[in-house]
Design a protein around this ligand. Structure first.
Ligand code: GSH
Length: 217
């Protein structure tokens, strides 16, 4: 029988996709080690030959778990849910499950990829802020509408789900790009309920081992 060590998360402190997985690992109380991958050092360690073997998309996160290395944050979240069903992060009701996946998809397919580092580099320094603001605002307009009928205390009802794991890091990115969040009261309400939750704060970029000290000032 093979010995399975602690899961290892390839993560970057400010990566919203890594943060999604950190939150889920924390909520499910799965101890893990972090292997930082700097997205900026030497042109980005995600582009190294070594890391390309781990993730051919040259992106974080990747999670080494149960003797396998998994990529794609939503896939990783789903795997954790299927293999560690304690502290469920998906509702039992099929319609609510669909609502959770809907919110995850809008964020993970409709917002985050458009403001990812590799895209912003392509868009260029001059336009990147306006570009990110445009796409985040457009996506958050949809998320706000979805939450207006699904949210209780959290994105879907009153239990924390995978949708919350995706939303909170995306709000952080919105603030980073100075998006006006006033038109999104439900998003802000859910954020207020989660910002001091220990699983979310432990996963926050400022609390990561690779967070540069100047970022927390
Ligand atoms: N669909 C992927 C997932 O959900 O895991 C996206 C991963 C992704 O975009 N990761 C970003 C990244 O590694 C950080 S949040 N970017 C590196 C780059 O743009 O060069």
């Amino acid at each position: 029988m093979s010995v399975m060590g602690k899961p290892v998360l390839y993560s970057y402190w400010r990566s919203s996709c890594s943060w999604r997985v950190r939150i889920a690992l924390n909520l499910k109380e799965i101890p893990y080690d972090i292997k930082p991958v700097s997205l900026v050092k030497s042109g980005g360690e995600q582009h190294s030959n070594e890391f390309r073997e781990i993730n051919p998309m040259e992106q974080v996160p990747a999670l080494h778990i149960d003797n396998h290395t998994l990529i794609e944050s939503l896939n990783i979240l789903q795997y954790l849910e299927e293999t560690r069903p304690n502290r469920p992060l998906m509702p039992a009701d099929p319609v609510k499950r669909a609502r959770v996946r809907e919110i995850c998809e809008v964020i993970a397919s409709g917002i985050q990829p458009l403001q990812n580092l590799v895209v912003l580099i392509y868009v260029g320094e001059e336009r990147k802020k306006e570009w990110a603001q445009h796409w985040i605002t457009r996506g958050f307009t949809a998320v706000e509408k979805l939450l207006s009928s699904s949210a209780g205390k959290y994105c879907v009802g009153d239990e924390i789900t995978l949708a919350d794991c995706c939303l909170v890091p995306q709000i952080f990115n919105a603030r980073r790009f100075h998006v006006d969040l006033r038109p999104f009261p439900t998003i802000l309400r859910v954020d207020r309920h989660l910002e001091h939750h220990p699983a979310f704060t432990a996963a926050h970029p400022n609390n990561q081992p690779d967070c540069p000290p100047e970022a927390t000032k």
